[in-house]
Design a protein around this ligand. Structure first.
Ligand SMILES: Nc1ncnc2c1ncn2[C@@H]1O[C@H](COP(=O)(O)OP(=O)(O)O)[C@@H](O)[C@H]1O
Ligand SMILES: [Mg+2]
Length: 255
């Protein structure tokens, strides 16, 4: 069992909760309700400054809707490993609610009222991030978690764009389906993300919720096959009767 140090105290990690592209998330023995994210070895030095800045700002105590880094975690020699955050348990990723098939399985009692309630809570959580001075940047269907009472929690907060004392710590990634037209083709590692960019991703998430997992840019384009990212980049929004001549895209079948 791996030993970790939080403040001046030693802890052991408990079960593995999740694994992403950047590291692993574990429960912590003796700290119920909290989790530790341990970065892959190659990423630690790149992330250390940003995580220390986020912890120093006290973001984690500003809201419990977001699993912000709350404390620094090191090994026994004091080398940076990652951070402690709120353990979000009993929640499911947003896509398991908006796609009807998995909704039946994971949210069997969810009706349309529940969906609208969730959409409002997603918007609230995103607004909260902006109030704390961050931009999500990589807003997507896996970073938004939903509970059986329609409350919402955001994870992967260490990827958020964050500014402190004139220094900007960027969000270096993004999912094409949630990325606004003006960012397609840009280098996400260096471009400054804005609240408006997040609002596009939020609108995509809400559309998915309200229209049974349908993407707002779904449609039949009369030209060659294009990806969803291309459809966004080219502004081919099909659910508008007035613009069909310009977009050359009609809504998908059964709409
Ligand atoms: N605070 C948390 N509470 C519960 N599970 C979490 C938490 N943070 C992350 N996870 C789980 O770990 C996985 C990877 O975390 P994430 O931060 O998205 O990783 P990465 O940034 O490496 O892609 C998530 O998909 C989720 O299942
Ligand atoms: Mg991440």
């Amino acid at each position: 069992m791996q030993e970790i140090v939080i403040g001046n105290s030693r802890f052991s990690v408990a079960e593995l909760i999740g694994k992403g592209g950047e590291g692993e998330v574990y429960a912590i023995k003796g700290r119920s309700g909290q989790a530790v994210k341990i970065y892959n070895a190659g990423l630690r030095s790149k992330r250390e400054d940003k995580v220390r800045a986020m912890v120093g700002e006290g973001l984690a105590i500003k809201t419990d809707l977001v699993a912000y880094p709350g404390e620094i975690v090191t090994d026994n020699q004091g080398n940076f490993l990652g951070f402690v955050m709120r353990l979000v348990s009993g929640y499911r990723p947003l896509h398991e609610l908006y796609s009807p098939k998995s909704r039946q399985r994971y949210f069997p009692k969810a009706d349309y009222r529940f969906i609208v309630h969730t959409a409002l809570n997603v918007a609230r959580a995103v607004g909260k991030v902006h109030q704390t001075g961050c931009v999500i940047g990589d807003l997507n269907h896996s970073g938004v978690l939903v509970a059986q009472d329609a409350t919402v929690a955001l994870i992967d907060a260490d990827s958020f764009q964050f500014r402190l004392n004139g220094k900007s710590y960027p969000c270096v990634v993004g999912v094409p389906d949630f990325t606004p037209p003006e960012l397609h083709g840009k280098n996400l590692a260096s471009v400054e993300r804005t609240i408006e960019h997040d609002n596009f991703g939020l609108a995509v998430a809400i559309f998915h919720l309200l229209f049974m997992g349908r993407h707002p840019y779904a449609g039949r384009y009369s030209g060659p096959d294009i990806s969803m990212g291309d459809a966004i980049a080219q502004n081919r929004f099909a659910f508008s009767l007035t613009r069909q001549s310009a977009t050359r895209t009609t809504p998908p079948p059964a709409h």
